[in-house]
Design a protein around this ligand. Structure first.
Ligand SMILES: N[C@@H](CCC(=O)N[C@@H](CS)C(=O)NCC(=O)O)C(=O)O
Length: 275
């Protein structure tokens, strides 16, 4: 693992790191904020999965998580959203391929060679982070924004024993029912069961359970009606007995100006559950 940059912030260290990923076959860059802590101490970790068009840098620059993470002593990890680079298949659009990995292991050519973001965020990066940073892997939470909210919900619902807390900002809750989710058709082909495993609403319908979820959603979000559809998550959670706190935030859009407004709430909410 190569250190790209480090800087002191809020008493801790904000770093950016790069490594050769076996999962994606590419170099991958991610950021980690480690609050001030005693030598040998291990802190809980909050994973943040980003949305379409993002790298690790969007939330690192604009997410405003560091003051809350320093206060609650939570490590914050932000992976990239896809493999990238000259040799990686891509298309000239912003909602598919590079910057739009949808947190799945693609099975369809040509995507299957590199687009293995599920393995990357659930296996390879956690192992690397556990070995290189003072994280307590028994105390993990996960959150994310938009496509990354989809990732956080599906990863959290699939691994309820690993994540004590799951939240999201303006998540895609049912990709198999909305236009952005056509990416799953391209990555996973005709495998209906695989697509249901990467759809939070379908996962809940099929029996996946967590005790509770926190979701913030801007009411002025341009993508609300066509792509995000939080009412589908609300109905699935109600039917399944999952305590969903869905906070519709009046006047807020889809941007990091929305995410950053509620970031401290999410960090505190996770910290309360991570101990
Ligand atoms: N490029 C799209 C917007 C894509 C978008 O809103 N991406 C969100 C996540 S889905 C984001 O976080 N963008 C990066 C940023 O705001 O820094 C458009 O023109 O409508």
């Amino acid at each position: 693992m190569e250190t790209v940059s480090t800087a002191k912030s809020h008493g801790g260290v904000q770093g950016v790191y790069r490594h050769a990923s076996a999962a994606t076959g590419t170099d991958m860059t991610f950021s980690v904020f480690v609050p001030e802590h005693a030598a040998g101490e291990r802190l809980p970790v909050l994973w943040y999965l980003s949305g379409l068009t993002c790298t690790h840098a969007n939330v690192t620059d604009k997410g405003e998580f560091r003051a809350a993470c320093a206060e609650h002593r939570v490590i914050f990890v932000a992976p990239d959203t896809s493999p990238r680079g000259d040799g990686v298949p891509d298309e000239d659009r912003w909602d598919f391929a590079q910057s739009a990995g949808f947190y799945v292991d693609a099975t369809e050519a040509p995507w299957s060679a590199n687009y293995r973001m599920w393995s990357y965020v659930t296996e390879e990066l956690p192992a690397l982070v556990a070995s290189a940073f003072p994280v307590d892997m028994a105390r993990q939470g996960i959150t994310g924004h938009s496509m990354g909210g989809h990732g956080a919900l599906t990863v959290g619902l699939t691994h309820p024993d690993r994540f004590r807390s799951v939240s999201a900002f303006a998540p895609i809750v049912a990709p198999t029912q909305v236009p952005w989710g056509r990416a799953l058709d391209r990555y996973l082909g005709d495998d209906v069961a695989a697509k249901r495993r990467h759809d939070a609403v379908a996962l809940i319908e099929d029996g996946a359970r967590v005790r509770e979820l926190l979701v913030d959603q801007g009411e002025a979000d341009n993508f609300l009606v066509e792509q995000l559809r939080p009412e589908l998550l609300a109905r699935a959670c109600a039917d399944a007995g999952i305590a969903l706190e869905l906070r519709m935030q009046q006047g807020y859009d889809h941007s990091y100006l929305f995410v950053s407004t509620f970031m401290a709430d999410h960090v505190a909410w996770h910290a309360a559950r991570l101990g």
